[in-house]
Design a protein. Structure first.
Length: 215
């Protein structure tokens, strides 16, 4: 079974969506261009899921195996923009959900084993064991793990350096905002070390540089 996965009512392609053949207990992830591929047979139940989106499940028919099948995932409604449960931030809660979602990448029996190791003020790092010796399946999962770790770093930077916060400080909008955020995006290591006030000062100083460069 092949196809592409999009955000509902959008042309935005979704990467790293978990594709689970529930019947055969097979898993895969959508690629950077939103494409996916998973072994399936008529009658199998395939689930598509990603943190922040409503899961979708389809039952395979012969026709679904003869042509690409496009999947559209609806965004899961959020009633609050900022939520804290105890000392956990939105990023931490989402990070934990992502680790559960991708447990099959790290853990050979597909059972999430959460060994929480907090890093930084807002981070949750979860250590999960890669499975199987030197098989091709193990090599593939190691590759997927590295990919997910890089995406997790990007999510963390996004949580500290997001559009709403940058707009509030700089008053930039539209293409100028996009250009500024791309040009001055901080590194993951810096965001891990920086306190909230450091991020504020960094954005403010970067904005001054940005305005001088454009004048």
């Amino acid at each position: 079974m092949t196809g592409k996965i999009y955000k509902a009512n959008s042309t935005e392609k979704l990467i790293s969506v978990s594709i689970h053949n529930i019947t055969q207990q097979r898993y895969d992830l959508s690629e950077e261009d939103g494409s996916y591929r998973i072994q399936a047979a008529p009658g199998d139940h395939i689930s598509f899921s990603s943190v922040g989106y409503k899961a979708d499940t389809v039952t395979i028919t012969a026709s679904l195996l003869t042509a690409a099948y496009t999947v559209y995932l609806d965004v899961r409604a959020q009633t609050l923009q900022t939520v804290r449960v105890g000392q956990l931030s939105n990023y931490q809660l989402d990070s934990m959900d992502r680790r559960k979602e991708y447990a099959w990448v790290y853990d050979h029996d597909n059972t999430p084993r959460m060994a929480r190791d907090r890093q930084g003020a807002d981070g949750v790092g979860v250590t999960l064991n890669i499975f199987r010796n030197t098989s091709s399946a193990a090599k593939q999962r190691i590759k997927l793990e590295k990919r997910l770790e890089k995406e997790e770093e990007d999510y963390y930077v996004d949580s500290r350096y997001n559009r709403d916060y940058v707009t509030k400080i700089t008053r930039l909008k539209g293409d100028s905002l996009v250009d500024f955020m791309r040009r001055y995006r901080p590194s993951y290591d810096y965001c891990r070390r920086a306190a909230n006030v450091d991020i504020l000062v960094y954005i403010n100083d970067s904005y001054k540089q940005y305005m001088r460069a454009d004048n």
